[in-house]
Design a protein around this ligand. Structure first.
Ligand code: SAM
Length: 283
C-alpha cells in the first residue's frame, strides 16, 4: 500500500480542496471498493481521479486494463512512479468532463466498469455525463458523499428522491454497498461518505421514448420542487400547449392534477413523456 504522507512529502504536494482531493488511506476500504466492482481480467476499468494511485494499483492487479483520468498535473510524476510496476494502466492528464467517453473505450470488447472515489465538488455532473453519454458501461462503483448516495438510491415519495434518483434508475439498479468514515481519508473531509454501486439495467420501454425529451421533462419537473407538476412542467416555454398539455396527459394517465415530481417513478415519467408527445407531437 502506498504511504500517502510519504508520497506527499517526497513530491512536495499540497492537496487542493477545490479539486476534491481527499485521498483514501485505508487499504481495506480500497479493497472493498474494488471487490464491490467484481473486477476481473476481462474488464476495462475507468478510474476518475486516481490521486496518487492507491486504488489504481489494486484495480490494475485484477482488471484487464485501467484507464485513469487525473486533472491535476502536479500529481502525474508521483502517479507515474507509483504505477510503474503495471503495464495495463493508461494514465491521462485530463479533466473527465472534457473527455470523449466513447472514443476513450473504443475497441474494447469486454465489460466496462467505472470505479472512482469521486471528487465531491463535481459528483453530479460527472455521474450525469456517464449516464447520459453512456459509453456502454456494465457497472459503476462510486465513493460519494453519503447524502448523494442516498439521493441516488432513493425511492419515490421520500425526501431524498430527486432528478438524480430518476436518472440513475433509468439506467441502473442502484445499491448502497457500505458507508465510510471520514477518518479513512487524508485530509479528513467535512462529510461522511458511502459507496454506491450502479448495475446497468435495460428498461423494456427505453427504446420507445426520446431520451433527451425524457431528461428535459424530469429536470423541469424537479426544477421547482415545491410546485405541482402542472405548474413546474406546465410553465416551460418549450412545452407546446403548456399547462393544458400537462393536464390532459395527467388525466389520460389517471394521475391526480396535484401530483408533484417526487411522487412519480421512472416508469411514470416514461408514460408521461409518451402521453405528452402524443398530445403535442411537435414537442
Ligand atoms: N483516487 C484517489 C483516492 O481514492 O485516494 C483520489 C480521490 S480524490 C477524492 C479525487 C481525485 O479526483 C483527485 O485526485 C482530484 O485531483 C481528481 N479530480 C478532480 N476533478 C477532476 C476532474 N474534473 N477530472 C479528473 N480528475 C479530477
Amino acid at each position: 500500500m502506498i504511504n500517502t504522507n510519504e508520497i506527499l512529502k517526497k513530491y512536495n504536494l499540497k492537496l487542493t480542496k477545490t479539486l476534491g482531493q481527499n485521498f483514501l488511506t485505508d487499504i481495506n476500504i480500497i479493497r472493498k471498493i474494488v471487490e464491490a466492482g467484481e473486477v476481473d481480467s476481462s474488464d476495462l476499468v475507468i478510474e476518475i481521479g486516481p490521486g496518487i494511485g492507491s486504488m489504481t494499483c489494486e484495480l490494475a492487479k485484477r482488471a484487464g486494463k485501467v484507464i485513469a483520468v487525473e486533472i491535476d498535473r502536479h500529481l502525474i510524476p508521483a502517479l507515474q512512479e507509483n504505477l510503474s510496476d503495471f503495464s495495463n494502466i493508461e494514465l491521462l492528464n485530463k479533466d473527465i468532463m472534457e473527455v470523449d467517453l466513447k472514443s476513450l473505450v473504443d475497441g474494447w470488447e469486454g465489460p466496462l466498469k467505472v470505479i472512482s472515489n469521486l471528487p465531491y465538488y463535481i459528483t453530479t455532473p460527472i455521474v450525469m455525463k456517464l449516464l447520459e453519454n453512456d459509453p456502454k458501461w456494465d457497472a459503476m462503483v462510486f465513493m460519494v458523499q453519503k447524502e448523494v448516495a442516498q439521493r441516488m438510491a432513493a425511492t419515490p415519495g421520500t425526501k431524498d428522491y430527486s432528478s438524480l434518483s430518476v436518472a440513475v434508475k433509468y439506467y441502473s439498479d442502484p445499491k448502497i454497498a457500505f458507508t465510510v468514515s471520514r477518518n479513512c481519508f487524508i485530509p479528513k473531509p467535512d462529510v461522511d461518505s458511502a459507496v454506491v454501486k450502479l448495475v446497468k439495467r435495460e428498461l423494456p420501454w427505453a427504446g420507445e421514448i426520446d431520451k433527451s425529451f425524457f431528461f428535459k421533462v424530469v429536470r423541469a419537473s424537479f426544477g421547482q420542487r415545491r410546485k405541482t407538476l402542472l405548474n413546474s412542467l406546465g410553465g416551460q416555454p418549450w412545452l407546446t400547449g403548456g399547462k393544458d398539455t400537462v393536464r390532459t396527459a395527467l388525466l389520460k394517465l389517471n394521475i391526480k392534477e396535484s401530483v408533484r415530481a417526487e411522487e412519480l417513478s421512472v416508469e411514470d415519467f416514461a408514460r408521461l413523456c409518451k402521453a405528452l408527445e402524443n398530445i403535442s407531437p411537435e414537442n
